[in-house]
Structures are given as structure tokens and as C-alpha cells.
Write a protein that binds this ligand. Sequence first.
Ligand code: DSN
Length: 482
Amino acid sequence: MSLPFDPTAASTAYQQALKVIESVEPTVAGAIRGELADQRASLKLIASENYASPAVLLTMGTWMSDKYAEGTIGHRFYAGCQNIDTVEQAAAEHAKALFGAPHAYVQPHSGIDANLVAFWAILAQRIEAPALAEHGAKHVNDLSDADWETLRRALGNQRALGMSLDAGGHLTHGFRPNISGKMFEQRSYGTDPMTGLLDYDQVRKAAHEFKPLVLIAGYSAYPRKVNFATMREIADEVGATLMVDMAHFAGLVAGKVFTGDFDPVAHAHVVTTTTHKSLRGPRGGMVLCQPEYADAVDRGCPMVLGGPMGHVMAAKAVAIAEARQPSFQTYARNVADNAVALAEGLMRRGAKIVTDGTENHLVLIDVTSFGLTGRQAESALLDSGIVTNRNAIPNDPNGAWYTSGVRIGTPALTSRGFDTDDFDRVAELIVDVLSATEPASTSAGAPSKAKYVLADGVVDKTHAAANELLEANPLYPGIDLG
Ligand code: DSN
């Protein structure tokens, strides 16, 4: 396994912790044991999941959780925050050093929270600050009711341009069901219909026509790298702030797989991320930004965030310290190489994948080539011990619920130690299962987008083959829960 830890110390820590939990609520202790057993027993291919180190996980189970610390480092609305200051400072300093960022804000509880902090910071810096200056005011409370009403309407009347959902963009990039779509007037850019690749001319044209305040780059289901230098050029041409959501590929940025034009931190005004995906930290979010956005970003709590979670910020510090080790660069390189092996293994066996390849940590299979919906494919793979998630593909005929794609990623199994040969075998298992799956009808005889039948024997055969791979690459080897 590519995670560094001492199995004897970790076993003792977990055994004792479970005893303490069991004495109060055995159901919870049982579920914790069950979750490790389940994770050990399946091929986890969900592109947004990973396995954090025992040091990261154990850091979260401490009394750092018990403290309120609204505000920022050294400037809190509560007394006695010196230890929270220490861990928040450590996490922010590690993040600045790892990513080469001028400023890091590590309080967001999730990626959605990080994006909300970023949106409000951009609105504060670009719209609110000039309005206050125009009126000689320092604070919104200094404005007359009429001036505040004008500003409030201006804050709620701005534009964002982001990648369309079916091209791989994220719901929080200005789409109607999400609060970002209610805050901003939104327009999307898509991908080239022939190649599936991001079309920078189309982005440029949309930006010039729409003139957004925020140009959003980043994705959760696009299997290619993005040229952030070009995105910044486009943003500058139209006076937009470039915001990059690197939640999915933060580990590849940290591990120096994405450098130069492909490093978002070097080019964007504001970068958001989660910390638990390819970055392999605790569940949470983070914002990195240029100095002119720092004060506004630091007002994230209580602007849009509840009290910062000291135990999670502490775990972020531990995880980002791990990511600064040279071994993390090897891990990130392996994540990308394994994705190429997975994509090539799938295509060699006849599967159709979006963009005919990958340059990051994920592959999007177009399962219509197997005559299936994403929902049917996801369920058949799960029956066989392969955990994935269904996902829309560009111009998806089956919509966002049933979908026509299955998204698979390499970060978790690479943490487990899988190499390119192992991922080629995973590709074979996936194609075997999908080839052996047939759509089925509803009980009334109508075609179903959810029901399916698997050929006899496939589930057992795939489980057996998956177990061989899993046993050769054990999860948290040596950790015994007693
Ligand atoms: N839920 C995350 C993912 O799976 O990509 C993004 O929100």
C-alpha cells in the first residue's frame, strides 16, 4: 500500500477506540467495523473517493472538535483558540508551500462550501468593495438604505460562465438546482461534439458574448487536463475573475503531474478544492487565492460557513504534510499512469470511452456501446464487487438520473498499491461484466432503464477475480481491529 503508517500502533489505536465506542453505542462500533470490511472487500473505483492514512483519520477523533473558533487565525470571536490557531496555521502554511499559493483558507467543510466562500469573496472584492469606496463607506452598515438596496441588487445580478454539466462540469458551477445557479445568471461552455475535448475557441466566444464576472474552470467528470493559462487569457480579455475548482485533480496538482499551463494555482485568481479526493486527506474543502482576494476569502466564516472544525483542519494539516513528501509525487504519477492503463485496457477490449482516453485520474465509459444505461451498468458492476458511479456523458440521451455513462477513477486503488497490470485486469473485469449484462423489462413488460439481467456465473467469477487483486493489494495491511 502506498500509505505510510505503523500497523502495530494503528491496530492498538483502533482497537482501544472501538472499545470506548462499543461501551456507549455498539451499533456505531459495528458499522465502523463493517465499513472497513466492506472497503477491504470491493474494488473502489469511484473517482472522487480515496483512502486517508491512519494519521489523518486518527487526528479527526480528538477534542479539537470541541472548540468554537469563528473568525480567523489570531482573530477569533471566542476565547481560548490558541490550539485551533496552531492547527489552522499549520494547514494553511502546508497548503501554501505545497501548491505555491499566496494565501490558503482551510476552514470550508466541503467543496460546495469552498465554492460558496469563493463566490462571495469574488462578489465582495469585485462588486461590494468598489461600491463602498464610491460612497466613502468602510462597512455595508454605513450605507443608506437606498444605497444598500442598489448594492444588494447588484450582488444578486452577476454572471458566471462554467463548464456544462453533461460535459463534466459541477452542479455548483452556476446550475439552477444549486444555490450558485440562483445567485448567478449562468451560461455554459461545452466540449467539441466530435472529439469530446474542451473547445477553447468556444469558451472564448461565450466569454466575449456573455461577459461573465466569473469564469469557472474545473470539472468532476471530464477525463482530460485543462490549459489554465489559456483560461486565464480568456478571463483577462473580458475582465472576468478566473476561478478554478480543482477538487477532483488537486492530488495531481500537488503531486506535480499538472504543471506549467496545467497548474491552476499558477494562473487562477481563486482556486477551490476538496481535501478528500485525489489529495487523500480528510473530508473537507479549501480555498487558495491571490492576495487581493485574501481578506474577502477569510470572511468565509461566518459569511457562509458555520464554525470551523478544528479536528478536520488538524487532519488537513497532517494530510497536506503527507502530500509534501516526495512519495506523494510517485503516488500522483501512478494515479495518472494507472488511469491510462485502465482506459487503454477498456478500449482494447471494445469499450467506448469519452474522449478516447484520459489525461487525469478518471475514465468515463459510454455504456450505450453495451446497450445499457448508466444505472444498469452501475448496478451490474456493484453486484460483481466493482463500485463505480453512473454519470452523464455529453448530450446524454438518458438524462442525469439514468445516464449513459459510468465514471471510474484510479486514486483509491492506487493508494491500495494497484499498478498498471492490475488496472488492465480491472478493465477486463469491467468489460466482462458489462458484456454479460442485458437490459430487462419492467413487470408490465415495458423497456426499463434500471432493470437488467446478468448472465449466470458472472457475479461469482468476477468476485473471485477481484478478490485475487484485493488480496494482493491489501487495504491498511496489518491493521487488525481485534
Ligand atoms: N460528489 C463529488 C463527485 O463525486 O465528483 C463531487 O461533488
